[in-house]
Design a protein around this ligand. Sequence first.
Ligand code: PAF
Length: 299
Amino acid sequence: MAPSQPLSTSTPPASPVVFESALAMQEQAIAWRHAGDDIGLVPTMGALHAGHDSLVSRARRENQRVIVSVFVNPKQFGPHEDFENYPRPFGQDRARLEALGVDAIFHPPVDQIYPPAFKTRVDPGPLGEVLEGKSRPGHFGGVLTVVLKLLNLTQPKRAYFGQKDFQQVVLVRQLVRDLALPVRIVVAPTVREPDGLAMSSRNAYLDPAQRQLAPIVRQAVTEAARAFTEGETDPANLERLTRERLAGAPGVEIDYVAVVDETTLSRPQRAVPGGVLAVAVKLGSTRLIDNVVLGAERL
Ligand code: PAF
């Protein structure tokens, strides 16, 4: 439970304080900022894995105080998505965050973030309607609404996001730029299983056969990215290569394969270094996403 008074600002606590109250979290964050401490925020929906660990470790290195939010945000799930079933192993998450030395875990119940009178919604604009946004209408409005609220409640100097959710990063950066939010967005590389599958809390939904098939997503984008480094710059050809590779895996249903500009998300005439090849597939009822930054990774 949250303490009634903000903590002393001198030394990190031995184990993280869990705040459930939005107001208590905000008071603590303001006290830390007034004491001159930089706060790093890692926003999560829990079910933490090594990808989250890398964000938290980086936040730990770069800030005096680290807050991790653990909140399964109902507003970013569509009516037929997995909000109810989304894993919530809070005890395990808490132990993991304690081992990583975080100062505070913000774990609010839904009505602390969305009290009954809550009405506001952030509109991500056109970039929220392509790729993920096309398949998941309303998703990014929900993401940006909660991210803005989490930033206000935790007052971070830096907020940490993973490259796997590449479109989310583009939209969070847009939010920060458009609304002049005083926070730096730090993006960390995707952490992968040894077979290349991007780490995701949703990987837990895959049955053994699907799990065996899942690395095909990484293999497909890697092959296309290799073709790019060997001189193929036609976006249509890079997308075709990716689709052909995925088509060889029965049971993988392609949602989209797209070469896009890394800031406008539009399709370039020619693929250039720094552009992104992004993919979403369904394996059974599990949606997997991945991407590669062209010319940027050792493949
Ligand atoms: O990436 C996620 O886990 C979520 O979209 C986020 C940023 C925590 C907002 O709910």
